[in-house]
Design a protein around this ligand. Sequence first.
Ligand SMILES: Cc1ncc(COP(=O)(O)O)c(C=O)c1O
Length: 462
Amino acid sequence: MWKKNYSRREFVKQNSLTGIGAILAMGITPSVFSFNSKGSSPAILGGAPVRTKGWPGWPVWDTATDEKNVLEVLRNGVWCRAGVERSVVSEFEKKWAETLGAKRCLAVVNGTNALIVALRQLDIGGGDEVIVTPYTFIATISAILEVGAMPVFVDIDPETFQINPEKIESKITPRTRAILPVHILGLPVDIVRIMEIAKKHNLLVVEDACQAWLAEVNHQKVGTFGNAGCFSFQNSKHLAIGEGGAIISNDDDFMDRCHSYHNCGRPYGKMPDLVGGSYTIRANNLRMTEYQAAIGLAQLKRLDGHTTTRNENAAYLKSKIKTVPGILPYRLYDNVTRASFHLFPFRYKKEEFQGIPREGFLKALSAEGIPCSPGYGGTLNSMPYLDDAFRSKNYKKMYPKEMLDFNKFVEQNRCPENDRICNEEAVWLSQNMLLGTKADMDDIAMALGKIHQNAGAIKGKV
Ligand SMILES: Cc1ncc(COP(=O)(O)O)c(C=O)c1O
């Protein structure tokens, strides 16, 4: 075992010369570092931070090529796909479907509406139950409520941050119509097991892959396992368009209906046009603009390379920090062949950090120049928005009274593992940090080791 007392000067020198990277690359974990208390005092207590330079920005674009794409759309004056046979939007849809290995793709205004359209066109609605994780963005649950269905929450596996497939079957009732697995944080769920359960119980599956572009299970892209897969292209996302979303599927009839629905109900594909130009289904207008698709096509060119970089850096960082006591990085299921890493999550165990609460740890880590967050703040299985839905006129017509008792619902939908992750343990590093260099990852590892080693001094001061 290797131990060294760092003076401040040595520490700064090592850091700036990326000597830390070399040390860490030797496989020495930060936990064995010993810091001279004067020289390497934690930044939160006034010492020099591990890092003062910034992180890669987001979103990224290439002025030469991306601006050309957008200007072409501007100058040809066709900014909307409606009524145009071959649009930039349809080119984007074709490319996204090909990239994922799906038969069809429909671009829409955002990921939330991709989910709503998919659920609606699979005829999931009033009186139906949909099994879902509480560890997700609100949009997943909003989509279920928007179609009038009832979310049924299944707890997560804290190691993977994903819905625990072994807890799904006990939540299936005669009302259950679908499972809505979310590949949250860009780490695939155990979709193979979930598909087995769905098949056994004759349930539909809509994958929320809104954070999981190009992620794979057994070399198959996520989003292509279920009846439909949904994506988001919002600004923070890896395929960033500003706003945007997509539905993918291999089912032509379903995709024809989705297309028709997103275009005011005009018939599409094999759908019958009863009277020429008629509107055949109740619908909406959720069309993506041509500008958005032009940006999407430009972003698509970078996505694969970025995904490789994120995977390499995540694996490297994980290998460096996993032996820091109290830092438990994510676990990927064995069949995951590629993840997206929309976030790099780990669990923080305060017992190993002298009892410093997570907020204090986050402050100390940020002070070292490592941006971090606690992730999803509240627990979606017990928030008032559910009660708002239950009190609505429609829900009262669609469900028996006992199903709309909010307190009872909360009791029946408890997810203690998720509570602990949300309220005490989860720490996220954002995806743009994973586009940095190995030396950048070393800075993160060094900062974690430094805080661990100085936990006694930090305690009570943050
Ligand atoms: C897991 C998940 N589902 C759905 C959505 C909704 O996507 P959008 O913001 O494009 O509506 C998001 C967006 O953050 C998400 O992270």
